[in-house]
Design a protein around this ligand. Structure first.
Ligand code: GLC
Length: 598
């Protein structure tokens, strides 16, 4: 009977795979440069720290620099080689550090410049690099530059984007200069009664946009970069890049209205408009090239390793790819690849995404990236839902496996190595301006708090994050089992697999090998990494909640020969060292395997 059932399942599987046809595999010979020309960042393991939620050293419920220092050994042990920190600069925290009041100093609740120097020294001792968040588009309204600009002090008159706006002839009411919307709901223009003009803020009211048409601003922001390079940072993640430049006003000084997008009927939602005049301007690309030049010049003069730029932009791929540079000018080494965030069904829910969807996402980047550049893979960050919440908890290991196995730079957001998931945050506990600017009924659509809950270190009070009675955002109750201590002690865990993946990523094959990948059917993604004279590795993942059998990965990937399991997730229901037949695999729901040629 069991035999008959198995036969029926096999026949059904065969019928389904025939019906849908097989996706052609894609071979990439070019993506990996040779060992001799490799720079440190191309094989680095990057890790994003959200300092407010990483580790609290002084018991005030908020993470800080000494907290980070106390966890550098954890990062080292994890195999991280460079970490980028969300902003740590003086800030009234309207957008949790992305509203900077002093670009040259540290937020008091995070520590001091002395703590920062200690952090650099302690990181250097361990061979870890520190990368800072550079927020060029805006400052805080509490920044002295803005206050001087409000007062029209000499040299600061045009530091920000100011405009008179208009007056409605019949009602006498004041009207903003254009219909532009801020990212956090509502008009992007705010009236300043002291100066008697509107200022542009593409994010919160407390985040006025700097005016990049003013050379003094351009020079000032370059000073910011040099200041932190002098303090020993290894590069910068550049925040909100597409917003830096806006279109120039016309001859009458008018800014054009942006057209409606048709995506939403909610006129306060930034998605209501197509941002053709306020984002993705070509001048912004040149600005990034200038910053790259500054970093390269710095290295030429002061020596040391290459300093890197990571660019945050969710724009169209055509625009994103420009940040890599062109034939004559170098750009950022790492324009973030957000395809696993924006691709598929988008940020909210990708739990049903099929193998075809996964391969489409992979191919969107690898297919468009300039030939001589390095790919990168970002699965999540402090602005997005956690990977396990977006792709499903059954796919947590699978997603880490993909991230590490694909060619290029791997970037992990804190806690993803543990499989942390979104914390539930009530309206009362909501802190994110993107949500606070909405209301109790709709805030869940906009909030970024769920991915920002404190890091889960142990099953002690407050997940070992803080000794305070409360923390700035509530701890996710799943900390009791999802935490560093428990996952370190367990025989198998997300964390253990993550570490093994980091190790495997150091192999020559994964660093320099070619890549061939395919959706074998709706369920199965397969990726082969090969390098002459080295073991070949194949990742096979069943991304859906149904069992598939008789899966032939071998023909699509040209991977004949014998293979044994190197790494696997628990859903694979097999063991390390088991032999596998790549032309006839049986894959339980969400099973993921990395096999090695023997
Ligand atoms: C970036 C940051 C985000 C911040 C915004 C404004 O998207 O990642 O957290 O709110 O820029 O600075």
């Amino acid at each position: 009977m069991a035999h008959l059932l198995k036969l029926l399942v096999t026949l059904l599987c065969l019928a389904l795979s025939c019906e849908r046809g097989q996706a052609a595999a894609i071979e990439l010979e070019r993506v990996s440069s040779s060992e001799a020309t490799r720079d440190w960042w191309q094989v680095a393991q990057f890790y994003q720290i959200y300092p407010r939620s990483f580790k609290d050293s002084n018991g005030d419920g908020i993470g800080d620099l000494q907290g980070i220092i106390s966890k550098l050994d954890y990062l080292k042990e994890l195999g991280v080689t460079a970490t980028w920190l969300s902003p740590i600069f003086t800030s009234p925290m309207a957008d949790f550090g992305y509203d900077i009041a002093d670009f040259f100093d540290i937020q008091e609740e995070y520590g001091t410049l002395d703590d920062f120097d200690q952090l650099i020294a302690a990181a250097n001792e361990r061979g870890l690099k520190i990368i800072l968040d550079f927020v060029p588009n805006h400052s805080s309204d509490e920044n002295v530059w803005f206050q001087k600009s409000v007062r029209r002090e000499k040299g600061y008159e045009d530091y920000y984007v100011w405009h008179d706006g208009y007056v409605n002839a019949s009602t006498g009411a004041r009207i903003p200069p254009s219909n532009w919307l801020q990212a956090f709901r509502g008009s992007a223009w705010e009236w300043n009664s002291q100066r008697g003009q509107y200022y542009l803020h593409q994010f919160a009211v407390k985040q006025p946009d700097l005016n990049y048409r003013n050379p003094a601003v351009v020079a000032q922001m370059k000073r910011v970069l040099t200041y932190w390079l002098d303090r020993g940072v290894a590069g910068f993640r550049i925040d909100a890049v597409p917003w830096c430049f806006e279109v120039l006003p016309d001859a009458d000084g008018r800014y054009p209205d942006e057209p409606l997008s048709g995506y939403t009927q909610d006129p306060d939602d930034s998605a209501y408009l197509k941002h053709i005049y306020t984002q993705d301007q070509i001048e912004t690309v040149d600005m990034v090239y200038q910053w790259r030049q500054l970093l390269d010049d710095y290295k030429r003069i002061h020596g040391g390793d290459t300093r890197v730029l990571m660019v945050e932009t969710y724009s169209s791929l055509d625009y994103v790819m420009k940040f890599y540079g062109n034939r004559t000018t170098k750009g950022a080494q790492i324009p973030f690849n957000f395809q696993f965030i924006v691709g598929g069904e988008g940020n909210k829910n990708n739990t049903e995404l099929s193998a075809y969807g996964f391969v489409k996402i992979i191919n969107s980047w690898l297919g468009q990236m300039p030939a001589d550049q390095t790919a990168n893979w970002v699965m999540g960050n402090h602005d997005q839902r956690r990977v396990g919440s977006r792709y499903g908890e059954d796919r947590i290991d699978l997603m880490n496996m993909l991230q590490m196995f694909l060619p290029g730079v791997s970037i992990t957001y804190q806690g993803e190595e543990l499989g942390m998931t979104d914390g539930y945050i009530s309206w009362e506990d909501t802190r994110d301006p993107a949500a606070c600017n909405s209301n109790e009924t709709i805030y869940q659509q906009f909030t970024r708090d769920p991915a920002r809950t404190p890091m889960q270190w142990s099953s002690e009070a407050n997940a070992g994050f803080s000794t305070n009675s409360s923390t700035w955002l509530p701890i996710n109750p799943n900390y009791v089992t999802v935490n560093v201590a428990a996952e370190t002690a367990a025989d198998t865990s997300h964390l253990k697999l993550y570490k093994q993946l980091v190790d495997l990523r150091k192999s020559k094959t994964l660093q320099y090998g070619t890549t061939r990948y395919a959706a074998i059917n709706e369920n199965v993604v397969a990726i082969k990494r090969a390098l002459s004279g080295q073991p070949t590795y194949v990742l096979v993942a069943n991304v859906l909640n149904s069992h598939v059998c008789g899966v032939d990965v071998a023909s699509e990937l040209y991977s004949s020969g014998s293979y044994k399991i190197k790494l696997l997730n628990p859903q694979a229901k097999a063991a390390v060292g088991d032999s596998v037949a790549l032309n006839n695999l049986s894959m339980p729901p969400y099973a993921a395997l990395i096999v090695e040629s023997v």
